[in-house]
Design a protein. Structure first.
Length: 143
């Protein structure tokens, strides 16, 4: 039986400690500072990142597009083929729910009745093929 030598054990602990902050680097405040590839807002859900893109210039409530892009933590596109999802948009007393369907290689797309208001909130639920459903909450037009 071989034993791990003390210097190797110490080196392993030092490396693990050095990279520990990166495990916490995916909170909402940190993700809000990241420039999202499609101009949306990023959130973490399970092992993935979701980027919610909503229309920014709809002064009154009308049917507008909603798109969610799915990537891993490194920004690699995650295929959405066979995925299902929904988005719930809330603004004041208004509520809109829309199904999300696969669109392109890593997108989920839907349409919902909403206005582009700073208080707009969204709850996105996506179930990728063969995985459990994940949920993320957004404030896509807030500061």
């Amino acid at each position: 039986m071989k034993f791990i030598k003390l210097p190797i054990l110490v080196a392993g602990i030092v490396i693990a400690t050095a990279f520990a902050p990166f495990a916490l680097a995916h909170d909402d405040a940190t993700l809000d500072k990241v420039k999202a590839p499609h101009g949306g807002q990023l959130r973490m859900a399970g092992a993935n990142h979701y980027e919610l893109v909503v229309v920014r210039d709809s002064k009154s409530a009308k049917e507008n597009a909603v798109v969610v892009y799915v990537t891993d933590h490194a920004g690699t596109r995650i295929p959405t083929t066979g995925a299902t999802g929904s988005v719930t948009l809330l603004s004041g007393k208004d509520k809109a729910v829309s199904a999300l369907t696969p669109d392109g290689d890593n997108g989920m797309k839907g349409k919902a009745m909403y206005a582009s208001t700073p208080d707009l909130k969204a709850v996105v639920k996506i179930k990728l093929a063969g995985q459990d459903e994940q949920q993320a909450r957004f404030t896509p037009l807030g500061d």
